[in-house]
Design a protein around this ligand. Structure first.
Ligand SMILES: [Zn+2]
Length: 454
């Protein structure tokens, strides 16, 4: 709150407030629910801080991804999206807050955009490893269909195409109809869903629209299909091991590499945490599947990875492949690794190979530093980078042919707005507010902490 990283509102869990923080002076909003468009962290990251009685409306896939990330990841405040560990003061002054091991995790209440299936309810009801004598239990929250929840206005969710499964747009119907795109694009496999939403949004008088790629620097435009072709060529030309680096939950890209692997006589090897997520997504009937995937046998302490021993090892024990097997036959595999998995190369010790970077360009200094480190790792093992490069002056550049953005291009944003033709355009998720103002008359640029009424 002091650093202004969280909006100054009085809508947060009371157990997270240290004794020296007062939020009473900030507005208490009458929040009926949070409408979550998809499970990328820049959208769901602060949900864990919200007052526990505020429900989250989300698609079944988004709920699974949030719970899966939390089960298989490191716990932090930002990741407490599906369930959280209540804190309490551990010092006399009430300044140090910690979790009580004897208290259960509490599940967040969800209003699912589809009737929640049994597998989803079961998944939300337990945390792997909770049966141990001293293990914390999970006390699940409610999970109903959003149509059964009593909201003060009508809500409908509409699937849209984005770089993660389960992305939806929303329409709110009260005195005014508001449409919110979430993050979307119209150049992926699910483009028809996005177009369908745009058609339905014509009734909206207020359009809240994302503008990640709005702006002048429109580069070469790749589609998922052209990316698949480029990556296929890169794998065909590769000798030795291939590493494919794409965002962990970009399961459409995973699909592309699954196909590339089968066409090049290789096997696709994912990390156990990805299999855990895919397994659960498969359970709720999404298009994701674990078919044919192998699992990298990490050198790690499995006693701390109950989600792996209980689910991944139990269900897919015969799919594991270890570093020595990969070292002896590097041409037989494509590894789904990223910069953060480079430590495993110290076990595999590959000699040469190709690293295909198939994700977004570095957009901040930290990411640039990571790329310079990645470059050193690849140099060390004689691995050829593909999709990004570092020249002798140290300039980092990216090759757009290996990645298609999860966001609509500037032209597609203009087309969507023209078709919907709203009374008000509210750009969000963008640094290009002016770009919108130049093109349209009825743009409302919102400021944090201000109230808007239509
Ligand atoms: Zn996103």
């Amino acid at each position: 709150m002091y650093l202004d990283l969280l909006p100054r509102l009085n809508i947060y869990r009371s157990d997270l407030k240290p004794a020296d923080l007062s939020v009473d002076q900030y507005p208490t909003l009458d929040v009926a629910a949070v409408l979550l468009s998809h499970a990328h962290l820049d959208h769901c990251g602060n949900i864990g801080m919200l007052r526990e009685d505020i429900p989250v409306v989300a698609s079944p896939e988004s709920i699974v991804i949030m719970k899966g990330m939390q089960d298989a990841g490191i716990s932090s405040l930002e990741s407490e999206t599906a369930y959280f560990s209540p804190r309490q003061p551990l010092d006399d002054q009430g300044l140090y807050l910690g979790s009580d091991r004897s208290k259960s995790y509490l599940g967040r209440n969800f209003c699912c955009t589809e009737e929640p299936c049994e597998a989803l309810i079961a998944f939300l009801s337990r945390r792997p490893g909770q049966d141990g004598r001293n293990a914390k239990k999970l006390q699940p929250g409610r999970c109903c269909c959003y149509e059964e929840a009593a909201f003060p206005f009508g809500i409908s969710a509409h699937p849209v195409d984005h770089s993660i499964p389960g992305a939806v747009a929303y329409m709110l119907r009260g005195d005014t109809t508001v449409a919110y795109t979430g993050d979307f694009r119209v150049h992926g496999r699910g483009a028809e869903a996005s177009r369908d939403f745009i058609r339905q949004a014509k009734e909206a008088s207020v359009l809240i629209i994302e503008g990640t790629r709005a702006g002048p620097s429109e580069g070469e435009r790749s589609s998922e299909e052209s990316v698949r072709e480029e990556c296929l060529k890169a794998v065909e030309d590769s000798e030795g091991l291939v590493i494919a680096d794409f965002s962990a939950r970009n399961f459409e890209r995973l699909e592309a590499f699954r196909e590339i692997a089968s066409r090049t006589g290789r096997e696709l090897v994912a990390l156990a945490k990805d299999i855990y997520m895919l397994h659960r997504l498969q359970d709720v009937g999404g298009s994701c599947s674990t078919d044919g995937l192998r699992i990298y046998d990490e050198i790690t302490d499995r006693s701390r990875r109950k989600w792996e021993t209980e689910v991944v090892q139990a269900e897919y024990g015969d799919r594991y492949v270890d570093h020595a097997t990969i070292r002896s036959n590097p041409e037989g595999y494509i590894l789904c690794f990223s910069f953060f998995d480079m430590k495993h190369l110290l076990d595999i010790k590959p000699q040469g190979g190709t690293y295909i970077y198939s994700a977004c360009e570095a957009f901040n200094e930290e990411m640039e530093i990571d790329f310079r480190r990645l470059w050193q790792w690849l140099q060390l093992f004689g691995i050829k980078p593909c999709g990004f490069s570092l020249d002798e002056e140290g300039t980092l550049s990216f090759d757009g042919r290996y990645h298609a953005s999860g966001h609509a291009s500037g032209e597609d944003i203009v087309r969507a707005i023209e078709e919907i033709d709203p009374d008000w355009i509210v750009p969000v998720h963008t640094e290009a507010g002016e770009w919108f103002e130049k093109r349209f008359e009825n743009v409302m640029r919102v400021e944090e902490g201000k109230r808007y009424e239509f």
